[in-house]
Design a protein around this ligand. Structure first.
Ligand code: HEM
Length: 141
């Protein structure tokens, strides 16, 4: 039971990473139409929040079923989860209410979108690397 939950948590994290990288590529090679940025941002945030909620759910169930204590790894996961959700909500709201007809605003927000996805990828990758190093015994928390 615990193995299956941990596997789901782990697979969801990898799916999430794949989605973030895919999102970044789409944003870089996709449409240059300012009106489409709002739609892209909406679809991105829906999928983002859907997957990240499932990650937290599987993680919390794993914690309860596996009786894991609040180790540094879990504190880090919860913190990273909070930061990811916070910056994503801020990012989406900014684009949702911006006047993208203004070329300068459009260009600025598109660059910001790219920067934020890059930060999101870095945070998730850092957590995955941390868990790999921990499993290999390089980090012992
Ligand atoms: C509320 C949020 C979360 C909770 C409660 C949670 C909980 C857990 C628990 C209990 C484990 C098993 C710990 C162990 O094997 O020592 C785990 C494993 C893991 N978590 Fe999370 N987690 C959360 C969010 C995240 C996030 C946001 C990420 C990625 C950024 C993440 C990445 C991982 C990874 C890579 C593993 C190792 C999986 C494996 O063994 O293959 N977790 N998590």
């Amino acid at each position: 039971m615990l193995d299956e939950i941990l596997l789901s948590h782990s697979l969801l994290v990898k799916l999430f990473l794949g989605f973030l990288v895919g999102g970044l590529v789409m944003l870089l090679i996709g449409s240059k139409d300012p009106l489409k940025l709002k739609r892209t941002s909406f679809i991105y945030t829906l999928i983002f929040q859907g997957i990240i909620t499932m990650i937290a759910f599987a993680g919390l169930v794993a914690m309860v079923v596996g009786k894991f204590g609040m180790g540094l790894d879990i504190i880090l996961m919860v913190l990273i989860w909070g930061v990811l959700m916070y910056i994503e909500i801020r990012r989406h709201k900014l684009i949702k209410f911006a006047n993208l007809q203004n070329e300068e605003t459009y260009r600025m927000l598109k660059v910001l979108f790219v920067k934020i996805i890059t930060i999101q990828i870095a945070l998730v990758t850092a957590m995955v690397v941390f868990k790999i190093l921990q499993a290999k015994g390089v980090i012992s928390f």
